[in-house]
Design a protein. Structure first.
Lengths: 176, 236
C-alpha cells in the first residue's frame, strides 16, 4: 500500500489483482447488476489509488480497508440509483465453497481464502432468520425498520436477530 | 439498553442499521464511555469480516484496462496531504481520521465508520481542498473545516466546539461571493458541539470568496441576521 501511495502503478495493478474478486463479488451482491457493479468497482479502486497515501496500517488491514470502501460505495450507489435488485434478500456465500488453490497465489490471496472459509462457516452456523436480517443490514444498509418491513417480521424480532447474529459471530471470531 | 450503557445497540450501531434517534443516542454515549467503545470495536471487527462472507466473482478483464486508463498521474507534492491528516485529530479523534478519509473518498450515505464519526450524504470522490473556518469572538474555541469534493460543487462541513443552541435557533452556513451571501444549509450541533453538513452549492465552491456561519432562526434565514461564529476565505 505504501508503494501505491507513492504512485507506483505496478503496485496498484498488483493490489487490483489481489482484491478484484473480493471487491467485485461484494459489490455485485449489493447492487445486483453487473453494469452498475463495474462502475462502482472502478470508483472504488480509483479512490483507493487516490487515497492510498492516507492509509493507516495501524487502523486496519489492507483487505478490510478495501472491503469497507467497496461496501460503502456500493451501498451509496444502491441508494442513489434506488436500484431494485432481482433478489430482495442478498445471499451469503455457501459455507462449504472455496476457491481452488492456486500454487502461485500470493500470500494475500491465501489470507483472503482462509478468512473467507472461516467467515462463511461462522455465518453458515447462524439460523436462517438471523442470516437474512444480517444480509439486509450488511449488504443493503437497511435499518431495523426497513428490514422488518422487507421480511414482514416484527421490529423487535429483527432487532433480536441482528443482535444475536453479531454476538454469535463475535464469539466465533474470538475463539479462533 | 444495559443500565445506562447501550450495549444491546452496539452490534446494530457497528452494522449501521440503527434508526437515526438511536444512533445519535449511542454516538453521544460513546463519546464519554471507553468501555462501550472497546465493546463496539469488537463488533466493528465483525462487520469488517462480513465482506468475506459475500460470494466472490470475477470482473471482466477489460475493467482493469479501464481502471488504469482512468487513474490520473499522481502529483508528487503530497506533504500538504500528510500535514492535513496530522492536523485533523484536532477536530476529531485521531482514530477517526482513517475513517473520515474513507468517508470523504467514498461519498458514503448513512455512514457507519469504524470511529463512529460521520453519518452524512456525500457524492463519491475525494476532497480536493480544505477551507479552515476560524472562530469569531462570539464562539471562542470553535473551529470548522469545509472539505471540498472532487467535482468542487459539493463539500462536507465539519464543525467542533460550537455551543448547542436553543430549539428555536440553528447555525447557518453562508457562501459568500462579491458580498452576496447564499445559504449553504442549516445545522444543529451535538451536545459536544460537533456537526457535519453536506453542502451542495450547485457551482464550484472555488467560485466563492469566503464562507461564514451565523446563528439564525430554526430552519434558516434568507440572509444572515444573527451573530457570526465562524468564517474563512477560499484560498486558491
Amino acid at each position: 500500500m505504501a508503494l501505491v501511495g507513492r504512485g507506483d502503478e505496478r503496485a496498484f495493478e498488483d493490489l487490483y489483482d489481489r482484491f478484484k474478486g473480493l471487491v467485485y463479488g461484494l459489490v455485485l451482491n449489493i447492487v445486483g447488476d453487473k453494469s452498475t457493479a463495474e462502475d462502482v468497482m472502478l470508483d472504488v479502486f480509483a479512490q483507493i489509488w487516490k487515497h492510498a497515501i492516507l492509509f493507516q496500517p495501524q487502523m486496519a488491514s489492507v483487505k478490510t480497508w478495501v472491503a469497507s470502501i467497496a461496501r460503502h460505495r456500493a451501498i451509496d450507489e444502491l441508494r442513489r440509483r434506488r436500484i431494485r435488485s432481482d433478489r430482495e434478500i442478498p445471499q451469503w456465500a455457501e459455507a462449504q465453497t472455496s476457491d481452488l488453490a492456486d500454487p502461485d497465489e500470493l500470500e494475500t490471496q491465501y489470507e483472503i481464502r482462509d478468512l473467507q472459509a472461516r467467515v462463511r462457516a461462522a455465518i453458515g452456523a447462524l439460523p436462517d432468520d438471523q442470516k437474512e436480517a444480517l444480509a439486509l443490514a450488511y449488504f443493503k444498509g437497511y435499518s431495523h425498520s426497513r428490514i422488518a418491513e422487507t421480511l414482514n417480521r416484527p421490529l423487535g424480532s429483527v432487532k433480536t436477530h441482528i443482535r444475536k447474529a453479531m454476538q454469535q459471530l463475535r464469539e466465533a471470531f474470538r475463539n479462533e | 439498553m444495559n443500565g445506562d450503557h447501550p450495549i444491546d445497540l452496539l452490534p446494530a450501531f457497528a452494522l449501521g442499521c440503527l434508526e437515526d434517534g438511536e444512533r445519535e443516542a449511542v454516538r453521544r454515549h460513546l463519546h464519554d464511555c471507553d468501555d462501550c467503545r472497546r465493546k463496539l470495536a469488537a463488533y466493528q471487527e465483525v462487520t469488517d469480516h462480513l465482506a468475506f462472507g459475500a460470494p466472490v466473482d470475477s470482473p471482466p478483464d477489460l475493467l482493469k484496462q479501464r481502471l488504469m486508463a482512468r487513474i490520473a498521474p499522481r502529483p508528487r507534492a503530497f506533504a500538504w496531504l500528510e500535514k492535513l491528516a496530522v492536523n485533523w485529530p484536532r477536530l476529531i479523534p485521531a482514530t477517526a481520521v482513517a475513517g473520515l478519509i474513507l468517508v470523504i473518498a467514498l461519498g458514503v450515505s448513512n455512514i457507519n465508520l469504524r470511529q463512529q464519526m460521520v453519518h452524512r450524504n456525500m457524492s463519491a470522490g475525494e476532497y480536493t481542498r480544505l477551507v479552515w473556518l476560524q472562530a469569531t469572538a462570539e464562539a471562542p474555541g470553535a473551529s470548522g473545516t469545509l472539505i471540498v469534493g472532487p467535482d468542487e460543487s459539493r463539500a462536507l462541513l465539519l464543525v467542533d466546539a460550537l455551543i448547542p443552541l436553543a430549539s428555536q435557533s440553528q447555525y447557518q452556513l453562508w457562501l459568500i461571493k462579491d458580498g452576496r451571501r447564499t445559504s449553504g444549509g442549516v445545522f444543529s450541533v451535538t451536545a459536544d458541539g460537533r456537526a457535519q453538513l453536506m453542502v451542495a452549492a450547485g457551482r464550484p465552491l472555488a467560485d466563492f470568496d469566503a464562507f461564514g456561519i451565523t446563528i439564525e432562526p430554526s430552519g434558516g434565514s434568507p440572509g444572515p441576521t444573527g451573530k457570526k461564529v465562524l468564517g474563512g476565505k477560499m484560498k486558491l
